[in-house]
Unconditional design. Structure first.
Length: 378
């Protein structure tokens, strides 16, 4: 959709029904709910995960970058600022992208198939992937990006009016707007709306553990299985992401993993095999892993799109190494988009692109052999 159409649709969601419009009197500094404003026109709020240092410096305790930020400076994400020794998030309620998406677009293949999610994002990111497909919002600061003011309660109400049973923090990087994610999940829970997160998994343990109980599902973009790739192409680290995956899996929150295979950089048979073995050994064979097709973008336009044969090979390796739910993404119509029973081979959920063509699951189990299929089905 075009940006204008998105804003019109969003405003209709935000303004319909009682309880919308201006916020309560006495909060004149806050913009109107649903108003499109510059990011820096939305009031900052004190951040939740930091500690104060001497000379009005602060230490961010949200992501592994652990920025130490001087007064009047921002952290590496560009959306958290030290104001007089108090750390602030600049993007709470500042939704720069809001869409109603099929849940398969996230992708979540084991979460309410065929349902929709109200997806939202703010500006900012805590890494810098050279292949980022949403760089227009992730690699900019709050004041550089237009946003719609949508407090958590309004997000949840908009999801309910849209008939979407899910909220999804996605597009840029939810870690940098983690307070907004937490508060939206709490607001959604009060209205019977469940929350999901689509993230790079680059987060410290404490904030991750605090918000996980509020979530129904978590998808992690595992960029590669080598530290050098993270250093050279992501400006991050692999080890904290692997630790986050372990914590998410142990929490009981539904977990899926996406690996974008980039020709010559992370698509070797050895790396795919090592990754699959680690998932099976550490997280378990039932965790879905999506191998998706790369298309040239942002600062990585010198490479061709991933050959389908490369994805076929990764898919075959993953299954051979014991992954029960390996998928192929960004190749509409590929057999690897569908869910097959790992017990008897029965076709359970047939997909084409983001569309569910058929769903034969019966109360979360295979109708042929009655094997329980893990996921969030109801």
């Amino acid at each position: 959709m075009s940006g204008d159409l998105d804003r019109r649709r969003l405003l209709s969601l935000a303004c319909a029904g009682a309880g919308f419009g201006l916020l309560a009197r006495g909060l004149e500094s806050e913009p109107v709910v649903g108003a499109t404003v510059a990011g820096d026109q939305i009031p900052a709020r004190e951040a939740s995960w930091y500690r104060k240092l001497e000379e009005k410096r602060v230490a961010c305790q949200l992501c592994p970058r652990a920025c130490q930020v001087a007064e009047a400076e921002t952290g590496g994400c560009g959306v958290r600022e030290n104001r007089g020794g108090v750390y602030h998030t600049l993007v709470w309620g500042a939704a720069c992208a809001v869409h109603v998406d099929p849940i398969e677009k996230k992708p979540f293949f084991h979460v309410l198939p065929g349902q929709r999610a109200l997806s939202f994002a703010t500006a900012g990111c805590n890494v810098e992937c050279k292949f980022c497909q949403n760089w227009e919002i992730s690699q900019f600061r709050a004041e550089q990006v237009k946003a719609v003011y949508l407090p958590p309660e309004e997000l949840a109400k908009a999801a309910r009016r849209a008939g979407a049973p899910l909220l999804s923090a996605t597009y840029s990087e939810p870690v940098v707007f983690w307070e907004y994610v937490r508060d939206a999940a709490q607001a959604g829970r009060r209205l019977g709306i469940r929350s999901t997160v689509v993230s790079n998994g680059y987060i410290q343990e404490q904030p991750l553990r605090e918000v996980l109980p509020l979530l129904a599902a978590f998808k992690v973009d595992l960029k590669a299985f080598r530290e050098q790739f993270y250093r050279d192409l992501v400006r991050g680290e692999l080890k904290p992401v692997l630790r986050a995956l372990e914590i998410i899996r142990a929490s009981g929150v539904w977990l899926e993993i996406v690996v974008l295979l980039i020709p010559t950089l992370n698509d070797s048979e050895a790396e795919v095999r090592d990754l699959a073995r680690w998932v099976v050994r550490t997280l378990g064979p039932e965790v879905p892993v999506h191998f998706t097709r790369f298309h040239p973008t942002y600062r990585l336009t010198n490479l061709r799109a991933t050959p389908v044969a490369t994805l076929d090979r990764a898919w075959a390796i993953a299954k051979a190494e014991g992954l029960q739910f390996a998928y192929v993404g960004n190749v509409p119509g590929h057999a690897g988009e569908s869910t097959v029973c790992p017990g008897c081979g029965e076709l359970l959920i047939e997909r084409a692109g983001f569309q569910v063509l058929s769903n034969r699951l019966h109360h979360g189990a295979c109708p042929a052999c009655h094997r329980t299929i893990p996921g969030v089905w109801v």
